[in-house]
Design a protein around this ligand. Structure first.
Ligand code: PLP
Length: 379
């Protein structure tokens, strides 16, 4: 079946008990047992529940994995993946990765004697140079948040396979509609489902999709042991959001391309980071490995004062963290999403004080352009 059909039907079958076209929200903590040692497949909702199982089936299908597990946030999902490492192991991570991953690894996971190297994974040569005898994982985000660097997944997959390391890809920015990391050679895909998969900015959630059953067993052990599995209501919201993922992503992608071109031509914009523009340094890779360019754009207006002017004068775009919803959000990475990243690291990875991030929604694109234009003209 095609992607849109799978998104609507896999894990989203009518309820067999009543025929309800939408499966109910199983808002219960426990399940009555038929007799000692015999139940109907569920015993306690931390371990598993029907809404979670349903969403996990959808996610495994859409990403082409053998299994998926959904968590209370993207960070909870990512944390479970890093727990596959053992003391003494080394992981290579994209240097421009989401700030929460930098915080988790450098301020917490280091104490378990794990070693991390942050490298520009857009350069396969740099990834190869960073390999050590104990490298067990390569963790990439592509495109990166918010600098939009693209990593060649298939090329890095060759390096990781040659060194028997696990390749993990954060596919949040494109969603499985626009990019399939497992088909390109990754073993694990992670998501902040808070973003495009949910798509309506009304719940926080994450997913881990696994290619190898042995990894799936470990992640399921962690999910039920630590209790960070996603609750029924949130699973329901994400499952509902996924039904329209294909149509939403088509519109996000169309609006993203139009706005990126508008910004590139604007006199008050110094540069635009969007893999769909021929000026983007990894445009060719994006054309090859993505099925579109999505709706995340960052652009530089040179100074913090200029950025403040734009952010304080937009009317339709909302000044807020997060991304991937139907409404357009605008933010200032240096003081918002990436404030926890040390200033020298921000400088190194290109998060300047004049950088603004846009999560382009699916409103009428002319209205978005008019709003951005009037705010930019205040500079
Ligand atoms: C690319 C990326 N990965 C992971 C996360 C973390 O997800 P969550 O906020 O759902 O924990 C984010 C959050 O913004 C993100 O942008």
């Amino acid at each position: 079946m095609g992607f849109a059909t799978d998104a609507i039907h896999v894990g989203q079958e009518p309820d067999p008990a009543t025929g309800a076209i939408v499966a109910p929200i199983y808002q219960t903590s426990t399940y009555v047992q038929d007799e000692l040692g015999k139940n109907k497949g569920y015993d306690y909702a931390r371990t598993a529940h029907p809404n979670r199982r349903a969403l996990e089936r959808t996610m495994a299908k859409l990403e082409g994995g053998s299994a998926a597990f959904v968590f209370t946030s993207g960070m909870a999902a990512i944390d479970s993946v890093f727990r596959l490492l053992r003391p003494g192991d080394h992981a290579i991570i994209s240097d421009a990765v989401y700030g929460g991953v930098i915080r988790l690894t450098t301020q917490f996971l280091l104490q378990w004697n794990l070693k991390f190297s942050f490298v520009n994974t857009s350069s396969v040569a740099e990834v190869e140079r960073a390999i050590q005898p104990n490298t067990k994982m390569i963790y990439i985000e592509t495109p990166t948040n918010p600098t939009m660097n693209v990593t060649d997944i298939a090329a890095v997959a060759k390096v990781s396979a040659a060194h028997k390391a696990t390749l993990v890809v954060d596919n949040t920015f494109l969603s499985p509609y626009l990019q399939s990391p497992i088909a390109l050679g990754a073993q694990i895909v992670v998501h902040s489902m808070t973003k495009y998969l949910n798509g309506h900015s009304d719940s926080v959630s994450g997913a881990v999709v696994l290619e190898r059953p042995a990894d799936a067993e470990k992640i399921y052990f962690l999910q039920r042991s630590t209790g960070a599995g996603l609750a029924p209501m949130d699973c329901f919201l994400v499952s509902r959001g996924i039904k329209t993922l294909a149509v939403r992503m088509k519109q996000h992608d169309a609006n993203g391309r139009t706005i990126a071109r508008f910004l590139e031509d604007h006199p008050h914009v110094k540069c635009v980071h969007y893999p769909g523009l021929p000026s983007h340094p990894q445009h060719e890779i994006a054309v090859r490995q993505q099925r579109g360019f999505g709706a995340m754009i960052s652009f530089d207006v040179v100074t913090l004062e200029n950025a403040r002017t734009v952010l304080n004068h937009v009317k339709l775009c909302s000044l807020a963290e997060s991304l991937g919803g139907v409404e357009t959000l605008i933010s200032h990475p240096a003081t918002m999403t990436h404030a926890s990243v040390p200033p020298e690291t921000r400088q190194k990875i290109g998060i300047t004080d004049g950088l603004i991030r846009l999560s382009v929604g699916i409103e009428d694109v002319e209205d978005l352009i008019a709003d951005l234009d009037q705010a930019l003209r205040r500079i």
